[in-house]
Design a protein around this ligand. Structure first.
Ligand code: FAD
Length: 431
């Protein structure tokens, strides 16, 4: 199969037109990165009366924010039992509540700003690849209902055809609260909303250095960019997996994990209904997982960690073939269906697979969404903006340990990814 690298979402949206203008000499807040985190923060900051400059090395949404599956999901990457064991019941309760709030947050912004991005509460379906995983679903759903009062629906194997046209799974678990969105339209709309509210967006403006400097006599930052320097009282780093040596301390805590997506030709109404009768956001229970959904124009979008390294010409080509095989193993009905799009992106994982938002060396940051960033980046961007405006940070991930690599064996070059990939494949085999 040969299919040229092309991001389907980008064919559905016009890039927002961002005027090129001089950098301001001074702002209250410099936000680095124009994805969900940076733009959500910029919108809230500007609404709160702050003078904001968003500094983006490429263009609005260029990073993971326009390359993802558009799944607006409840929960975190780690399961609730692991979270409770690590952080205790109360902290886990706040984190889980934040995951539900993050979906409301996206919905509210979409409604308030009138963003045409096909936001729909279609719910998500997690499917079990093994009998054992299905038993874990049951226990997980019971814990979540008992501890957090949130109801998930268990779907027996015998009833699964009402949710998915695949016979390979052992059962499923549905959360009706999750949603789907067209991420490229959403991030473009978020950019327009931030600009309309008063934030200045500067594209093709790469931040190259951050130094402490005085601004009107108070402590601040000199933010040097490829187009000149800006003085800022506060800085928010919203660079996700593209975090560079400009914030070295943060860069060393983020692992870039490649993830890839294929999209088929448009399916007939009856074929689409058979594959996903309730139009769910679907993902399976493996570590090396597949995630998939229908697009609003009825194509199958199928993603996964096909090649473990971040995207380049080779990994994208290999991934197209691997993902097509994967898609056919789930849906043999799609054997004769053409794949029209393939692209790759990079996920930002922290070593503990948790989001982290707070302040490091005097600089605000929010990173580490581990595949849950559509909703969580939107919420944490907003929360970091509120922390800057009020001086009070109340996000539930504040203060949890933020580990780096064991023995400090990582300087931003992820040499261990093939080992990690092999390890997760082994785990999928044995667990
Ligand atoms: C293939 C794929 C599928 C995914 N699927 C889902 C999904 O279905 N659901 C979900 O919730 N999450 C998903 N994710 C994750 C989600 O997309 C990310 O967590 C989210 O987009 C992160 O947003 P962000 O704003 O923090 O970072 P990004 O959108 O990556 O933005 C960071 C920006 O910072 C800029 N930047 C970096 N360094 C500098 C610098 N020095 N100066 C100026 N600018 C700089 C970059 O150019 C970039 O535009 C997926 C990710 C990928 C790659």
């Amino acid at each position: 199969m040969r299919v040229a690298e092309r991001n389907y979402w980008l064919t559905t949206v016009e890039a927002p037109s961002v005027p090129v203008r001089e950098l301001p000499a001074s702002v209250d807040v410099a936000v680095i990165g124009a994805g969900f985190t940076g733009l959500s923060a910029a919108r809230t900051l500007a609404k709160g009366g702050a003078r904001v400059a968003v500094l983006e090395a490429q263009n609005v949404g260029w990073g993971a924010s326009c390359r993802n599956g558009g799944m607006v999901l409840s929960g975190l990457k780690l399961g609730t039992p692991t979270l409770v064991k690590r952080y205790g019941r109360e902290a886990t309760k706040r984190m889980y509540a934040a995951s539900l709030e993050s979906i409301d947050c996206v919905e509210e912004i979409v409604r308030e700003e009138g963003i045409a991005c096909d936001f729909s509460r279609s719910g998500h379906l997690e499917v079990a690849c093994k009998e054992k995983h299905f038993k874990e679903f049951r226990r997980g759903a019971e814990t979540i209902e008992r501890e957090f009062g949130h109801k998930l629906r268990i779907v027996e194997k015998s009833e699964l055809t009402s949710e998915i046209g695949s016979a390979i799974y052992y059962g499923g678990m549905v959360d009706e609260v999750s949603a789907g969105v067209n991420p490229a339209r959403y991030v473009a709309g978020l950019g327009c909303a931030a600009a309309k509210t008063g934030a200045e967006i500067h594209e093709k403006t790469r931040v190259t250095a951050l130094e402490r400097a005085s601004r009107y006599g108070s402590n601040g930052w000199k933010v040097t960019t490829s187009r000149g320097a800006v003085l800022a009282e506060d800085v928010l780093v919203a660079t996700s997996v593209y975090t560079s040596a400009v914030t070295r301390g943060l860069q060393k805590k983020i692992i870039p994990i490649g993830s890839f997506i294929i999209v088929t030709e448009v399916l007939s109404e009856s074929a689409a209904r058979e594959l996903s009768p309730r139009n769910r956001m679907i993902y399976d229970s493996k570590n090396y997982l597949y995630y998939y959904r229908l697009t609003p124009d009825r194509r199958m979008l199928f993603g996964g960690r096909a090649a473990f390294f971040p995207e380049n010409e080779n990994t994208v080509r290999q991934s197209a073939a691997i993902l097509r095989e994967g898609m056919i193993s789930v849906y043999p009905q799609l054997r004769g269906t053409n794949v029209e799009f393939v692209w790759g992106g990079t996920l930002d994982f922290a070593f503990d697979i948790m989001p982290h938002a707070g302040k490091m060396d005097g600089i605000y940051f929010s990173v580490g969404y581990a595949g849950h960033g559509v909703a969580m980046a939107t919420l944490l961007g907003k929360r970091m903006a509120e922390a800057i405006l009020t001086g009070r940070d109340e996000n539930p991930f504040l203060g949890i340990p933020f580990p780096g690599a064991p023995l400090g064996l990582y300087n931003g070059n992820p040499w261990f990814l093939p080992l990690a990939g092999a390890w997760y494949k082994l785990l999928d085999w044995v667990s």
